[in-house]
Design a protein around this ligand. Structure first.
Ligand SMILES: [Zn+2]
Length: 189
């Protein structure tokens, strides 16, 4: 009976791995109100889910942001979760494409939660350039861009900062995770 038992255990582990990934997708869909029908990977191997088929420019901008993140993380002496394949990026439909000054700024509206009543609060929700969905596995949400791809790289690097800190420096992570109480980005210099 040893053999069937082994098979069961292996299948059980596979089911858990699959569930973890679908759990992250479900969370991203609940927060953004989008459905991520397209999945692919960046040239460097980060997992990407999109509302639409992600453009080559978006995929390359995500890689650039992660490269910048890993460089500054190493400079700070961090070594965990510095592989492209450690990251899952959700590209959501933007809820606005211009900020209050009229500048191109694709952002996502999310529940205000701890930002309620702060300068970020737009009436129960806030506009965010990006948002961490899960610390483990490392996953975050950004808005789709058709231009200013440098902004995509910056948002990826910035959201990634929270994840690198979570896995490498829990105290610094806790001190910087809530922007209504602490400063913004970049956190890592
Ligand atoms: Zn942040």
């Amino acid at each position: 009976m040893l053999r069937p038992l082994k098979i069961t255990i292996i299948l059980g582990l596979l089911a858990i791995a699959t569930f973890a990934q679908s759990g992250v997708v479900a969370t991203a869909e609940r927060i953004s109100g989008d459905s991520f029908d397209y999945s692919t990977a960046t040239p460097n191997g980060a997992q990407v889910y999109g509302v639409n088929k992600p453009s080559a420019a978006m995929l390359s901008a995500i890689d650039t942001g992660l490269t910048d993140l890993f460089t500054v993380a190493r400079k700070n002496g961090y070594s965990k979760r510095l592989n492209y394949s450690d990251y899952t990026v959700f590209i959501a439909r933007p809820d606005r494409t211009q900020d209050s000054t009229g500048a191109y700024s694709p952002d996502i509206a999310i529940g205000a939660a701890q930002y309620a009543g702060s300068v970020y609060d737009k009436g129960g929700y806030i506009y965010a350039a990006g948002m961490v969905i899960s610390n483990n596995p490392c996953a975050f949400l950004i808005a789709d861009h058709t231009k200013d791809l440098q902004r995509v790289s910056n948002v990826v690097r910035y959201e990634g900062e929270h994840l690198v800190l979570y896995h490498n420096d829990r105290q610094r992570y806790l001190a910087t995770r809530d922007h209504s109480k602490s400063g913004g980005h970049p956190i890592l210099q």
